[in-house]
Design a protein around this ligand. Structure first.
Ligand SMILES: [Zn+2]
Length: 288
């Protein structure tokens, strides 16, 4: 076994919830937040009402030690029950898939690389259960549609979310904010508490009466030749129909087709890689 798991249980029946941190080794907010929660359960500052809660705070131990995203490949593309794993991450992915298969709900905590990045949730396989859990979070933006965008892409998506979906489990991937910010660690910590509160596994109520925005990803824009974005766009910036988003060196424009959001823009994208995504608002409603 390569992974260290911490488990706390309570006799009354309840769900088995698995929290993951450090799937990418340079993302430490989930690692720190999970160790903080583990400490609180161990010292009985937190007491579980029912079910069981499991933590794997460091899902890629070598990459975490090295402070790198990965050792040989992206762990969040190889989480499945490999017959003959070869790379370090495939071994980890196989072990993770076993843990995912044995739980009911998976919450995978990540962070992102831009200081301006706002926290958001990937609800890749939305169900009533995943929507309820995402609505319990103190996070404004929830993004759906990632798997559909990649359905025809030549990229295998064996993420924690797709693994959970294969086994019929509920999964949210939470991007807690910028790698280096203290705020992202706080966000990760409250994701754990709000999840357990929402499931009545802790006493109290989730702290989430925020106006949330659920966004559907519509389109991936692959950079087909050299060119530039027209603004220093950030993830989740609002964009308007008719706005010129990018210009190729041959003077072709990419024009925003409808009011919505620009997602995950990469100003330095290489030719033939993902440049940015477009999305639109699904449910502009207040969650109470
Ligand atoms: Zn990540």
């Amino acid at each position: 076994m390569l992974l260290k798991k911490y488990v706390f249980t309570s006799p009354p029946a309840g769900p088995k919830v698995l929290f993951l941190g450090g799937v990418h080794g340079n993302e430490t907010c989930g690692v720190k937040a999970l160790f903080k929660v583990i400490e609180k359960f161990a010292s009985r500052a937190l007491t579980l009402n029912r079910g069981s809660v499991e933590f794997i705070p460091v899902c890629n131990p070598q990459a975490h030690t090295l402070g790198l995203r990965q050792v040989e490949e992206n762990l969040n593309r190889v989480v499945k029950n490999w017959d003959t794993p070869t790379t370090y991450e495939q071994h980890l992915g196989k072990e993770l898939s076993t843990h995912i298969r044995c739980c009911d709900i998976v919450i995978d905590l990540h962070s992102s690389h831009c200081p301006q990045d706002k926290p958001f949730i990937f609800d890749d396989y939305p169900t009533a259960a995943s929507r309820r859990l995402s609505q319990a979070q103190n996070i404004i933006y929830i993004i759906e549609g990632w798997p559909q965008i990649y359905r025809n892409a030549p990229i295998a998506d064996f993420s924690t979310g797709s693994c959970a979906q294969t086994y019929g489990k509920t999964c949210l991937t939470v991007e807690c904010g910028y790698h280096q910010s203290l705020q992202s660690e706080q966000t990760a910590y409250y994701v754990v508490l709000n999840t357990l509160l929402c499931l009545n596994m802790l006493d109290g109520f989730p702290s989430a009466p925020l106006k949330q925005q659920r966004i559907m990803m519509d389109e991936i824009i692959v950079k087909s030749s050299s060119g530039n974005l027209t603004h220093p766009y950030h993830h989740l910036d609002k964009i308007s129909r008719g706005e010129i988003l990018a210009v190729y060196d041959n003077n072709t424009n990419i024009i925003c087709p409808q009011d919505g959001f620009i997602l995950l823009p990469n100003a330095k994208a290489a030719v033939n890689t993902e440049w940015f995504y477009l999305g639109h608002l699904l449910e502009p409603k207040v969650v109470s």
